[in-house]
Design a protein around this ligand. Structure first.
Ligand SMILES: [Zn+2]
Ligand SMILES: [Zn+2]
Length: 187
C-alpha cells in the first residue's frame, strides 16, 4: 500500500500503474505502453525521413536532368508548334508566289512573243529603219525591267510575329521560382 501514491492511470490501458510522462503530448503511460508510444513516434519519424529522402531524390533528379522540367517541355512544345505554324504559312506563301509568278511569266512571255514575231517579220521582209530598231531595243529593255521588278519583293523582317512570344511568361515564372524554389518541383 506504500507504493499506491506512486501509481497513476495510464493513458493507454487505463490501469493504475507506475507511469512515465511523455514531454511531447504530456500524457502518462505505463512502461509497456510507453514503449509502444515511442514505437509509434519512431514510425512517424521514419515516415517523415522517407518523405525527406523522396524530396531529396526529386531535387537530385532535377539537378542531374534539368531538361525534363515541365517548363522545358512547354518550351519544346512552343518550339514545335511555332515551327509548324511557320512551315504551314511558308507553304501557303510559296503556293501564292508560284501561282502569281506563273501568271506573270505567262504575261511577259506573251508580250515577248509578240515582239519576237515583229523582229522576225522585219528580218524576213528586210524592211526596217532606225526607228524600228530603236523601238525593238527599247521594248526589250522595258520587258526585262518588268520581269526584274517582279522578283524584287522583299519580306519585311520586323513585321509583327504571328507566333506567340513567351518571354514575358518566362520572366514571370522565373521570378516566381526564385521566390519559392518548391514551386519548381510541384509541376
Ligand atoms: Zn498502460
Ligand atoms: Zn507522447
Amino acid at each position: 500500500m506504500a507504493m499506491a501514491n506512486n501509481k497513476t492511470q495510464c493513458f493507454k490501458c487505463g490501469k493504475n500503474k507506475i507511469t512515465y510522462s511523455c514531454e511531447g503530448c504530456l500524457k502518462h503511460f505505463c512502461l509497456l505502453d510507453l514503449i509502444e508510444h515511442r514505437k509509434i513516434l519512431n514510425d512517424e519519424l521514419n515516415h517523415i525521413i522517407n518523405n525527406y529522402d523522396q524530396f531529396k531524390q526529386t531535387i537530385n533528379e532535377q539537378k542531374q536532368n534539368p531538361h525534363n522540367h515541365s517548363l522545358i517541355r512547354q518550351i519544346d512544345r512552343w518550339e514545335t508548334n511555332s515551327i509548324e505554324k511557320i512551315q504551314q504559312k511558308a507553304q501557303e506563301y510559296r503556293e501564292i508566289v508560284i501561282k502569281s509568278l506563273q501568271t506573270f511569266i505567262n504575261d511577259i512571255e506573251n508580250k515577248f512573243n509578240d515582239l519576237n514575231e515583229q523582229v522576225k517579220q522585219f528580218h524576213i521582209e528586210n524592211e526596217f529603219n532606225e526607228i524600228n530598231l530603236n523601238y525593238l531595243r527599247n521594248q526589250l529593255i522595258e520587258i526585262k525591267k518588268e520581269r526584274n521588278n517582279s522578283l524584287k519583293i522583299s519580306i519585311p523582317q520586323d513585321s509583327s510575329p504571328f507566333i506567340t512570344d513567351i518571354s514575358s511568361f518566362l520572366s514571370k515564372k522565373t521570378i516566381k521560382t526564385t521566390e519559392n524554389t518548391i514551386d519548381l518541383f510541384t509541376n
